[in-house]
Design a protein around this ligand. Structure first.
Ligand SMILES: [Fe+2]
Length: 468
């Protein structure tokens, strides 16, 4: 055979192979094989982890692998590096694709998961995702912050989907989710709590309902951006994991589901309630005001019930004392205290609302956190819960209180605007935070979510410079 004819045949063979290669189309929502899309777990300067949660039709005969490279492979599937083939996973089990070491720091990687039903079948390749290994100090990058989706029941809230799409378009290294994304519990059902009322979302279906609530909501996050950005998950007051709920059977289901679906990043304590992440010039620290609460502070109208607790307090002090990052940022769903009993223009009671105006509510932990932030040069405290965007400052401390605001529009705004004065940056628009991290500045943009040409508009910009 002439060399030219041989090349032609080889080319034809390649085209035929590409044509018959089984591939999955656009990212699926919930399917029979996988409940939600891939999730990027812990990524360090040399290792990474991606996981995939299986659905009802998965059988132990299936096998899986993950190919990865520093370049995208939009057409071919010849990834030079692959994780070992694994099998034996049944329905509802998690498949973890682990790259234990060998990655380059501060580099973008692209990956695809492949699966087959039996060893004789062709591999089916999932859509391509990506992750970035830990940034070096001085390397600029972007992360996003979202909060308060409050989305537990179909039909899908189009606002939630739109915000998630906008976050994906920003291509952040990681996303901090500031709580109340999955409202599986109500606060204020009695003290001690009426467990049935508190976890009304489960209406008696137990584990199955817990699983359903998580996968339904998370599919909008995972299928949209968590396949290509790390997710830092911070609990809100509706996550069903407040300390005073440990006496309810539903607490156990909720904690199990959290561990099943959500990544526990490096250094997080066993349940992921608090933890930290150093990335480039930033030290991210997240906290939980309710994980160690011994009673419902909302029901008893006692803002001092939102507490650090002994373990979290000691960890925070130690972590801040040991931090040498240029930027230090704290994240929590609310202040540790906030608006007191007279915050009565809202139907809620001591519901931890408020900004820098409420840092020094007597008896609450926030003033201790504030003094730590001043001592160790923390630049900002990011929080959610109040469904608006606002930046305020406690005195001239240099510590900014940044309210993320990506929630439902609500009638609270008028009341809160009054209580948030004298700070001006307050918006009812739904959206998310885009944070661009540079060596000399940290630039926060509040990005509008909309259904016309205003979608993606920058509604507010706030620049933070290093504490002198
Ligand atoms: Fe909340």
């Amino acid at each position: 055979m002439s060399p030219r004819r041989c090349l032609t045949l080889l080319g034809l063979f390649a085209i035929v192979c590409l044509g018959c290669r089984p591939d999955e189309g656009p990212r699926p929502s919930r399917g029979r094989l996988f409940e939600v899309a891939e999730v990027v777990g812990t990524v360090t300067d040399s290792s990474a982890e991606v996981f995939l949660q299986t659905d009802a039709d998965m059988t132990p005969g299936f096998s899986f692998k993950m190919g990865y490279d520093t370049f995208p492979h939009p057409q071919d599937r010849s990834y030079p590096l692959e994780t070992p083939v694994q099998s034996g996973k049944g329905p509802g089990q998690k498949i973890v694709f682990s790259i234990p070491d060998g990655l380059n720091p501060d580099m973008q990687y692209f990956y695809r998961v492949a699966y087959r039903r039996s060893s004789g079948d062709a591999w089916v390749w999932r859509p391509e995702g990506s992750f970035h290994t830990q940034r070096d100090p001085g390397s600029p990058f972007r992360f996003c912050v979202i909060a308060d989706f409050h989305d537990s029941t179909p039909p899908a809230d189009p606002w939630v989907v739109r915000i998630a799409e906008n976050v994906a378009a920003d291509q952040p290294d990681f996303v901090v989710s500031l709580g109340d994304m999955i409202p599986v519990s109500n606060q204020g059902s009695g003290d001690p709590p009426n467990c049935g009322l508190t976890y009304l979302a489960y209406v008696g279906f137990g584990d199955q309902a817990a699983s359903w609530a998580y996968s339904h909501v998370l599919s909008k996050i995972f299928n949209t951006f968590s396949h290509s950005s790390m997710l830092v998950w911070v609990n809100g007051n509706h996550e069903g994991l407040a300390g005073y709920l440990t006496r309810c059977a539903e607490y156990g289901w909720t904690l199990n589901e959290r561990k099943k679906y959500l990544p526990l990043l490096n250094h997080a304590e066993p349940n992921g309630f608090f933890g930290d992440l150093v990335w480039g010039d930033v030290h991210i620290i997240w906290l939980d005001p309710l994980a160690f609460a011994t009673y419902d502070p909302y029901m008893l109208n006692r803002p001092e019930g939102y507490i650090l607790g002994e373990v979290q307090r000691a960890w925070l002090e130690e972590t801040l004392a040991g931090s040498s990052s240029r930027w230090k940022l704290i994240f929590a769903h609310t202040l540790f205290g906030g608006g007191g009993p007279n915050f009565d223009c809202l139907p809620g009671r001591a519901y931890a609302r408020g900004n820098a105006n409420y840092v020094d509510v007597p008896g609450t932990d926030q003033i201790h956190i504030q003094s730590l932030m001043e001592e160790y040069g923390v630049n900002a405290y990011f929080y959610g819960h109040d469904h608006m965007y606002s930046v305020s400052e406690y005195g001239k401390s240099g510590v900014r209180y940044v309210l993320v605001g990506s929630g439902v529009e609500s009638e609270w705004t008028e009341c809160l605007e009054d209580r948030y004065a004298p700070w001006e940056v307050i918006l009812e628009e739904r959206g998310h935070l885009r944070v661009d991290v540079n060596t000399d500045s940290l630039v926060i943009h509040y990005i509008r979510a909309g259904f016309n040409e205003t979608n993606g508009q920058i509604l507010a910009t706030h620049e933070i410079v290093p504490v002198p």
